[in-house]
Design a protein around this ligand. Structure first.
Ligand code: 3Y8
Ligand code: NAP
Length: 248
């Protein structure tokens, strides 16, 4: 058995630790989006594969027998390519799906379908907006430059930002409710834009928003083609044909 673990999330880090602790032959894969990704306890590769064809060729060259896609729910391009490459090579694939967040008592969420719909949903009057969606999709918000934007990025960006009135906080999660409460209060944030990433690593801002009664524009995750899914570590181990009682 030789596993490709497509990573870049908190859950992928947990799976990598489990594979390493149980001597499972696996390679961890990062896209190379950040300057210094967290080190993993597995042999690690960084960078794209070169589309579906590049991935299929890589899988053959590396004699991969199983693909575990534990990428972020918004990494839809990678997940679609992995599904297509698995079909092209006949290799088994399992996606690790973390449940989306649901609004609870005291939450004031507006669900939108994608980034463009989030921009449309912004109020016309100037607000202090925490854009908690990273760096890659900031340019979409340039059509509404009159807001004060608070950005949380993993790396300090090179060059100018597409938003004239933006403050950058450089931080890599996972985040805490106390830390996010402090951040939202200190910047007097009155609106949050977030991706429905699920998981624990980015949940803190939503708990802080509830406590401070700040409305949230929640971007729903992209829909993926059908694929086998595991929702926990035993599900991943069962996919690999390892007894689930492997101390998971
Ligand atoms: C490169 C690896 C771990 C994984 C930690 C999780 C939690 C913290 C929360 C906010 C939201 C955001 C962003 C976020 C979170 C975890 C997880 C998660 C959101 C790292 C990482 C990589 C990336 C890529 C980066 C994106 C950006 C998105 C920041 C490492 C830290 C906003 C997503 O500058 C860029 O190009 C950044 C790009 C994709 C979204 C975007 O479009 O800008 N993640 N994040 C991975 C690779 O190269 O393959 O550097 O160590 C991983 C984590 N980010 O092991 O503990 O699991 O979700 N990541 C979002 O959810 O909206 C921050 O600030 O509240
Ligand atoms: P994406 O848009 O879905 O993928 C675009 C291209 O990036 C892919 O086709 C592939 O290039 C490359 N790629 C993506 N993930 C890769 C991986 N793990 N290993 C190797 N190549 C990868 O990707 P994204 O949304 O930018 O996410 C990139 C990484 O950041 C992923 O690891 C993801 O888990 C992590 N992440 C993303 C988010 C988010 O909000 N999108 C949040 C947290 C973490 P080729 O076509 O050349 O193979």
């Amino acid at each position: 058995m030789r596993v490709l673990l497509l990573g870049g999330t908190t859950e992928a880090t947990v799976i990598a630790r489990h594979f390493a602790d149980h001597g499972i032959d696996a390679i961890y894969s990062y896209a190379g989006r950040t300057s210094a990704p967290v080190a993993q306890p597995l042999p690690t590769r960084v960078g794209g594969f070169g589309g579906v064809e590049g991935l299929a060729a890589w899988l053959a060259a590396e004699r991969i027998t199983h693909i575990v896609d534990a990428t972020h729910p918004f990494a839809a391009g990678m997940s679609r390519n992995a599904i297509d490459a698995a079909a092209a090579t006949g290799l088994p694939l399992c996606g690790y799906a973390r449940a989306p967040w649901d609004a609870g008592e005291g939450d004031d969420w507006t669900h939108v379908a994608d980034i463009a719909a989030a921009v449309d949903a912004l109020p016309e009057e100037p607000c202090r907006i925490f854009l908690a969606i990273g760096r890659q999709t900031l340019s979409a918000f340039a059509v509404k430059p009159w807001h004060q934007y608070l950005l949380r990025l993993v790396d300090r960006p090179e060059g100018r930002l597409p938003l004239p009135d933006a403050e950058i906080v450089v931080a890599r999660g996972p985040f805490t409710e106390a830390g996010d409460l402090k951040l939202l209060k200190s910047r007097r944030v009155n609106l949050i834009v977030a991706k429905n990433s699920g998981g624990d690593g980015a949940r803190a801002k939503l708990d802080a928003a509830r406590a401070l009664r700040i409305p949230v524009i929640m971007i729903d995750r992209p829909v993926l083609p059908p694929r086998r899914i595991a929702r926990d570590l035993p599900g991943v181990m069962a996919f690999l044909g390892h007894p689930a009682d492997l101390g998971v």
